[in-house]
Ligand binder design. Structure first.
Ligand SMILES: NC(=O)c1ccc[n+]([C@@H]2O[C@H](COP(=O)([O-])OP(=O)(O)OC[C@H]3O[C@@H](n4cnc5c(N)ncnc54)[C@H](OP(=O)(O)O)[C@@H]3O)[C@@H](O)[C@H]2O)c1
Length: 331
């Protein structure tokens, strides 16, 4: 089968569309013929974590397709079923943090930018019927992360003010839609005027410049909940915009991992700082029900063929996208 395989050197240059050995599903596993897949920032990061000398691997965490083969002891799905893939491995029930065995599909295990993938049947769910293949393929990782960040960890409530730095992010576009669905008031930030405009069209109440003065742009107003994924470039500004007793949920650091923190301001403000990452199968299923109930569809930035993978990766690397970048794999 054909797949986007990373060998070496590290980074996008070490990646190519090439033949890769097809595997047979073992007990409890299924083989999925992929129709579509979606790109995440993680797919870029893992290319720099894959050391020379380690075996080549197929990139990609997100995907949707049709089951074409099932191993023994598979009872929840059957050949012919249309499914979405839950890339959160070995984390089944909602818990404060993932279990030690938790992993993410697409490094070190072989992922979804391929004609087919073999995974545990525990990691497939019926494809939401209101989504087309492109939408289903880009949904899983970002929508799951968004759901846990906003609901399980952020405990958002109707009428609260939610601040979302870096609205160009795929995850943040989901959080924007989810937060509006439950009646929150949403402010987004972006460095791009056109992304700010797109966010307003998507339902944001306010869109401000990430690089400007947030205090002034918000007339000194503060948020109940900030969901931070940009990292070093915006973290201090985010902390400065929470109400006393408010919460920051963080799950990403696109613009740097290290920040400095004034502890005194932090404890006087009685703030809550919560980490989150992906989510459990319980939350994946809740997210699928939620998007069905509110008829939410992923925002698609652009779609590419696997032959155009390097263009897609470079678009994400340059943060040119608004929403999700998808791959069309088969019709
Ligand atoms: N922990 C988890 O489970 C998990 C899951 C998914 C993602 N993540 C992480 O979350 C982050 C977002 O993921 P994604 O795939 O949704 O990312 P993405 O699509 O690459 O978006 C990142 C956004 O961050 C903003 N940004 C980047 N650098 C910036 C800077 N220097 N100053 C201001 N804004 C900047 C940009 O927003 P504008 O273009 O609007 O300015 C950009 O569109 C990544 O770090 C990713 O690794 C973590």
């Amino acid at each position: 089968m054909k797949a986007i395989v990373h060998t070496s050197p590290q980074g996008i240059e070490g990646m190519a569309l090439q033949g890769f050995e097809s595997t047979v599903p073992k007990s409890g596993e299924v083989k999925i013929q992929l129709k579509s897949a979606g790109l995440n920032h993680r797919d870029l990061f893992v290319l720099t974590r894959h050391d020379e000398g380690e075996p080549p691997f197929v990139v990609g965490s997100d995907g949707a397709g049709v089951i074409v083969e099932a191993g023994a002891n598979v009872n929840n799905v059957k050949v012919g079923d249309e499914v979405v893939i839950n890339p959160s491995l070995n984390w089944y029930t909602k818990s404060p943090a993932p279990p030690e065995e938790f992993g993410i599909l697409g490094f070190p295990s072989n992922g979804t930018f391929a004609e087919e993938v073999v995974i545990s049947a525990e990691n497939v769910e019926p494809k939401p019927t209101h989504l087309n293949w492109t939408e289903a393929g880009v949904l899983p990782l970002a929508a799951l992360t968004a759901y846990r960040a906003l609901f399980t960890r952020g405990n958002v409530q109707e009428g609260q003010h939610v601040l979302l730095p870096g609205v160009g992010s795929g995850v943040i576009t989901f959080i924007l839609q989810f937060a509006k669905a439950v009646g929150a008031k949403v402010t987004v930030t972006s460095r791009s005027e056109s992304k700010r405009q797109q966010a307003l069209e998507l339902g944001a109440d306010r869109a401000i410049d990430s690089e400007g003065d947030w205090k002034e742009a918000l007339n000194d107003e503060k948020a109940d909940l900030v969901i931070e994924s940009v990292g070093a470039a915006t973290f201090a500004k985010s902390l400065d915009r929470i109400k006393p007793g408010g919460t920051v949920v963080t799950f990403g650091a696109s613009a740097g991992d290290e920040i400095s923190l004034n502890i005194r301001n932090f404890f006087y403000g009685q703030y809550n700082l919560l980490g989150t990452t992906m989510g459990s199968r319980d939350e994946f299923r809740e997210m699928l029900q939620f998007i069905k109930k509110y008829n939410i569809k992923p925002i698609i930035d652009k779609t590419f063929s696997l032959e155009e993978a390097d263009i897609a990766f470079k678009r994400l690397e340059a943060a040119e996208q608004f929403g999700k970048i998808g791959f069309t794999i088969s019709k």
